[in-house]
Every structure is written in structure tokens, then in C-alpha cells.
Design a protein around this ligand. Sequence first.
Ligand SMILES: NC(=O)c1ccc[n+]([C@@H]2O[C@H](COP(=O)([O-])OP(=O)(O)OC[C@H]3O[C@@H](n4cnc5c(N)ncnc54)[C@H](O)[C@@H]3O)[C@@H](O)[C@H]2O)c1
Length: 341
Amino acid sequence: MSRNILVTGGAGFIGSNFIHYWMQKYPEDKIVNYDKLTYAGNLDSLKDLSDKPNYVFVQGDIVDYDLVEKTVKEHSINLIVHFAAETHVDRSIEGPAVFVETNVIGTQVLLDVARNNGNIRFHNISTDEVFGSLELDSEEKFTENTPYDPRSPYSASKAGSDHLARAYHETYGLPVTISNCSNNFGPFEHVEKLIPLVITRALSDEKIPVYGDGMNVRDWIHVNDHNYGVDLIIEKGEIGQTYLLGANGERHNIDLIKELLSILGKSEDLIVHVGDRKGHDRRYAIDFSKLKNDLGYEPQKPASEWLQLTADWYKENEWWWRPNKAEADKIAEKYLTNPLD
Ligand SMILES: NC(=O)c1ccc[n+]([C@@H]2O[C@H](COP(=O)([O-])OP(=O)(O)OC[C@H]3O[C@@H](n4cnc5c(N)ncnc54)[C@H](O)[C@@H]3O)[C@@H](O)[C@H]2O)c1
């Protein structure tokens, strides 16, 4: 049976990749991309889909109950995949209010629309950052049983979103699933985020800021592996369950930057250590055994291969990132005024 899917935040990094992935794999489904188009939304990422009859774009805010409900009714939506969020940790430190508005209130509005319109199947996209920080030298990884311990306004607001999604399942029987994923990379990621920032600045031989000693560890996953995992959960996941999603891509930030510089044939002299982020989580790592054992998930390629493909994509698609580079550079330049050496 074909589905009518409301994708929130589909003009963002992961949402736009999800729409490409889904339309290729399930061409009989209809996708309604509902996005406010904040600074992070970019319709250029979906340019090739604009004339497809089964793709619709609606510009709107997820906190706007009436517009969400009108869209859901108009397109007979029977699945909501909720990506829309404020996502940049540094921005959440500068101004937390919009994070609570979009990530907490926005999720609650969507859940209410789902509940009031025939209990629509709802998948909540979340992050491993809700679990807090692991010790650098431990072997421990996050699992579905790890208690929530968010430490930034961003992760606290995402934790609020997850709690609401779970509560709507328990309280109202809404058919909800949740995935908590590690750090994504791949095409169409805003150039203010670490991997595109490193690639695009290195391509121009510009200095690359790295927080503190650069020893913080992130567990990197390619966006296609993330969306493949979400696909499995939507198709075969158990209602009411949470699944952790990762790809065994743990790396110290400094090693990741060096790997990218080596892929691009650039000198490590471009790296500048700068003052650390407030409350900077030291290590994230995901144990994705549940998704693997219950639903047969495996990452499609090792992270190193995906990193090479990603560097190639940014080299070949300057038309996409160039218009946003000056804005991202302002943030990078601000950090570079605070070097550690
Ligand atoms: N990027 C990662 O590494 C990562 C990892 C795990 C989970 N996630 C989660 O995945 C989701 C997508 O992340 P991303 O990196 O693609 O984000 P992004 O910042 O690239 O995109 C977010 C999108 O949401 C839209 N949006 C923001 N506020 C909105 C609102 N009030 N109403 C409607 N649309 C709004 C923006 O316009 C943008 O298109 C988020 O929920 C994020 O928490 C991200």
C-alpha cells in the first residue's frame, strides 16, 4: 500500500537526504515536505524533485497547529517522520529559547495533530546527545537503557521532544517509534557544521579551528546509513520502541580533521586549536546491537570510505555550499580570534 508521508524539516541536511532516499526506494509513496525554511533549510537540496507529482513542499512552522493539521488533512497523511529542529549546539548556547520553541513545543503540536487525526504513525528523529557524555578512556557505549542526561540546551530540548513522543504512546496509544542517532555527515550539510566546514575551508587553504585539545570523540555515521536505519524502523520496528543508530565511526575530532586533510591532500598546518566550547561533551559512542539484531541493520560502508565520498561531493558541488560559506566563515573566524597556542 502506498503511503502519504509528512516529512518535517525536509529542507535540512538529513531530511533532504531522507526525501531523496525514500523517493528512490518507494517511488509510489507521496512526500509532503513541511519546513519553515530557517537559515538551515535549503530548497536547492531538493531542486531535482520540484516537478515530481508525488513531491509537495509546504512552507510552515511546526508550532502552527492549524497549518500542520490543514496539511495533514489535505494530503491524507498516514505517516509523520519528524526531522524539523534547531540543531546547532553552539547556537543553542547563544540563544536557547528558539530550541525549546521548535524542538519541544513543535514536537508536542505535531503529536497532537497526529493524535487528533486518526492516530497517525509517528517516527521521532533524535540524537545520542540526549544521553550526555561518556568518559574519554572508557569502553562504555550508549544503549537504549542509558538514562537521559542532556548537557546543552540543544540536547535538553531534544530530550524533551523524545519524552513527549514516548508519553503520547503511553498515554494516548499513539503509534510512535524513536531513533537516537550519532553524528551524521554527507551531502547537503550546512557549511557551519564540522565536516563541511573543514572540507570547504581546506579547499580554500583557510585555517581550521578545532576546539580545545581536539581529543573529543564523536561516533560518525553517513546520512545514508542513518536513513537506511530509519527506513528499517518504519518498515519493521516495534511500536513504542526506541532504537539507537550508529555506524562504529568513533574518532577524535583532531584525527577526523587530519583524515579529511589527507583525503584532500592539504597540510595539517591549517589546524588551529582554539578555546573550548562551554560544557563540551567529551565522548559519544553508540551500541546499535538492538537495531542490528532485531531489524538486521548494518552500515553500508565503513566511515573512511564515506568520508572520501563526502569530500568528493563537496568538491563537485560548490554551487550548493558557496552561497552559505561567508556566514559560516564568520563563526569560524570568531573562534580563530581565540587561539590556544
Ligand atoms: N546532524 C546530526 O548529526 C544529527 C544527529 C542525530 C540526530 N539529528 C536530528 O536529526 C534532525 C535533522 O537534523 P539536521 O542536521 O538535518 O538539521 P538541519 O539544521 O540541517 O535542518 C533542520 C530543518 O528543520 C527546519 N526547521 C527548523 N525549525 C523549524 C520549525 N519551527 N518548523 C518547521 N521547520 C523547521 C529547518 O528549516 C531545516 O530545514 C534533527 O531533529 C536533529 O536533532 C541530527
